[in-house]
Ligand binder design. Structure first.
Ligand SMILES: *Cc1c(COP(=O)(O)O)cnc(C)c1O
Length: 445
C-alpha cells in the first residue's frame, strides 16, 4: 500500500522527524515556512471575503432565530462562549510542573447551537450561502430583505428540487443534515461505516438519507462527490476542497476578537495569543487561523493537533506535498477514536493556506484524548467529545518546545486558547463511556 522502500528511505532521510511520525510517536513540529503577515502577498481568500461571510451570517440571523429557538438569546447569531478554565490550568500545572504562566481559556464550540460542534460554523455557512444564491437567482429575495422569509413554503419548494450531498465521519454530516433539512433541501450524507451509530440515527431523524461506505473517509467523500455531481440539481459540500466551509469558519475570529476585548485580554507583541486547534482535513482550524491572522497579525500563534495515527496535515506540510500525500503512503493506519480527525490527507484548499500561517502541529496518542477529557470534567465540569479535548495539552507541548525562544516571546504574558470543537450532541451514555475509559487510563498511569 505505502511507498516502496527506496522512496520511503528518501523521505525519511530528507525529513528525520518522519521516522518518529511513522513510528507513531507523539511529536511537535514547528513550521519552518511560517511567514510574517506583511510577507504574504496573496492567498486564495482575503479579509474582505471574511467580512462578506460575516455579513451573510448577519442576513440569516432572523431566519436562524426563528427556526432554532436555542439561538433566540443571541438573536440568531451562532456563537459559543469563551470561558476561563483556571482549575484545568492548575490541574495541568500540577502534573507538568507549573509550566503554564498566562491565562488558559476554552473556546466552547461544543456548545454551538444547531450542530453542537465547530461544524455549525463551516457546514451551516456553506448551505446558507447556497440557499441565498438560489433564492436570489429565482428572484425570491434580495440582500436587503428580512431573511425570516426563508422559512416560507415558496423557498422550501425551490430548495426541495436540490440534493445537497456531503461525505462525513459525523459532525459535518450532522450540521449539513440539520440546516439542509430545515431549509427544505434533500440531503444525502455519505459516511464511513465506522461512523457512530447515534450520529447516523440522529441524521435519519432529521430527514437526511445516510449512505454507508466500507473503507475510510476519503472513499466516502469520493463516492459522495461522484453520486452528487452526477445529478442535475446536486450540490456537493466538498470537505477536501471547500472555500465556503473555510470562510464560514473564519468568521469565528471576528467574534473572538470581541470576546477578548470584553475580557480585557490584550493581544500584541508583548502579549502573545496562542491557539490550539484539533485538525482533520484542516478546514476548521485553517479557516479560524486565517481569520485570526487577519485580526491579530503576527501576534497570534496557531498550533494544530492531530492523532499520532492520522497526522495528515503534519505530513502534508512537512513534506510540502500537501493533499498529494497520504498517511497511508507511510503505512500509517489512520485509525483513531478522535471523531472528525481520522483523515488521511489534508484539504487542498486549507493546506495551501495553512502552509504559510500556522506555527506548527503536534500529535498525541488517542489515550491523551480521553485523559484530557477526564481532567476537564474533573476540574471544570465541562464535557467534550474526545477529539475536542486534544487542544488541552497544547500549552504544555509548546512551552516545552523551542518556539518561544526562537521567536523571542514572553510566555509569562501569553494567553492560551484551547478550541473545544464538539461534544454537546453526544448522548449521555456515550459520554459516560468516554469518561470511564479515560479514568481507567489515568489509574493505570
Ligand atoms: C471536524 C472536526 C474537527 C476538525 O475539522 P477539519 O475541518 O476536518 O479539520 C475537529 N474536531 C471535531 C469535533 C470535528 O468534528
Amino acid at each position: 500500500m505505502g511507498f516502496e522502500q527506496p522512496e520511503l528511505n528518501n523521505w525519511l532521510k530528507k525529513f528525520p522527524l518522519l521516522t518518529q511520525i511513522t513510528n507513531l510517536e507523539p511529536v511537535v513540529w514547528l513550521n519552518p515556512n511560517l511567514k510574517k503577515m506583511n510577507h504574504i502577498s496573496i492567498l486564495p481568500v482575503n479579509k474582505q471575503d471574511m467580512e462578506e461571510a460575516a455579513e451573510l451570517w448577519d442576513r440569516f440571523a432572523p431566519f436562524l432565530a426563528q427556526e432554532f429557538p436555542e439561538t433566540n438569546d443571541s438573536k440568531g447569531i451562532i456563537e459559543s462562549p469563551l470561558r476561563k478554565i483556571p482549575n484545568m490550568k492548575n490541574a495541568l500545572n500540577k502534573k507538568y510542573m507549573d509550566k503554564i504562566k498566562g491565562e488558559l481559556l476554552l473556546k466552547c464550540d461544543n456548545e454551538l447551537p444547531i450542530a453542537g460542534s465547530i461544524k455549525a460554523r463551516g457546514g451551516v455557512y456553506e448551505v446558507l450561502q447556497f440557499a441565498e444564491k438560489l433564492a436570489i437567482e429565482a428572484g425570491l429575495v434580495t440582500k436587503e430583505d428580512d431573511y425570516s422569509i426563508f422559512s416560507s413554503e415558496q423557498f422550501k419548494k425551490l430548495f426541495h428540487q436540490y440534493n445537497v450531498g456531503v461525505g462525513s465521519t459525523g459532525n459535518l454530516g450532522l450540521s449539513i443534515g440539520i440546516i439542509g433539512a430545515k431549509l427544505g433541501f434533500r440531503v444525502s450524507v455519505y459516511m464511513s461505516a465506522d461512523a457512530k451509530q447515534w450520529k447516523k440515527d440522529l441524521l435519519i431523524r432529521k430527514g437526511a438519507t445516510v449512505h454507508e461506505f466500507i473503507g475510510d473517509f476519503s472513499e466516502a467523500i469520493l463516492a459522495g462527490r461522484q453520486q452528487t455531481t452526477k445529478e442535475r440539481h446536486g450540490y456537493f459540500v466538498d470537505d477536501e476542497n471547500s472555500r465556503h466551509l473555510f470562510l464560514g469558519y473564519s468568521v469565528a475570529a471576528i467574534r473572538l476578537q470581541k470576546q477578548l476585548e470584553h475580557e480585557k485580554i490584550q493581544v500584541d507583541a508583548k502579549h502573545p495569543l496562542f491557539v490550539y486547534l484539533p485538525c482533520g482535513v484542516g478546514g476548521s482550524p485553517g479557516g479560524i487561523t486565517f481569520g485570526l491572522k487577519q485580526v491579530f497579525g503576527d501576534h497570534v500563534h496557531c498550533f494544530f493537533v492531530e492523532p499520532t495515527h492520522s497526522p495528515a496535515m503534519l505530513i502534508g506540510l512537512l513534506t510540502g506535498e500537501k493533499e498529494k500525500i497520504s498517511v497511508k503512503d507511510f503505512d500509517i493506519d489512520n485509525r483513531t477514536e478522535g471523531d472528525g480527525l481520522a483523515v488521511g490527507r489534508p484539504s487542498s484548499f486549507a493546506s495551501s493556506i495553512c502552509e504559510k500561517l500556522i506555527s506548527g502541529v503536534y500529535t498525541i496518542d488517542d489515550d491523551d484524548f480521553f485523559k484530557m477529557l477526564v481532567k476537564l470534567v474533573d476540574s471544570e465540569e465541562i464535557y467534550l467529545e474526545p477529539s475536542a479535548a486534544a487542544g488541552l495539552i497544547g500549552p504544555v507541548k509548546i512551552i516545552h518546545s523551542d518556539y518561544a525562544k526562537e521567536n523571542s516571546l514572553n510566555m509569562k504574558k501569553a494567553t492560551h486558547i484551547v478550541w473545544a470543537t464538539g461534544g454537546s450532541l453526544v448522548p449521555e451514555k456515550e459520554m459516560k463511556e468516554f469518561y470511564e475509559q479515560g479514568k481507567s487510563l489515568i489509574e493505570t498511569e
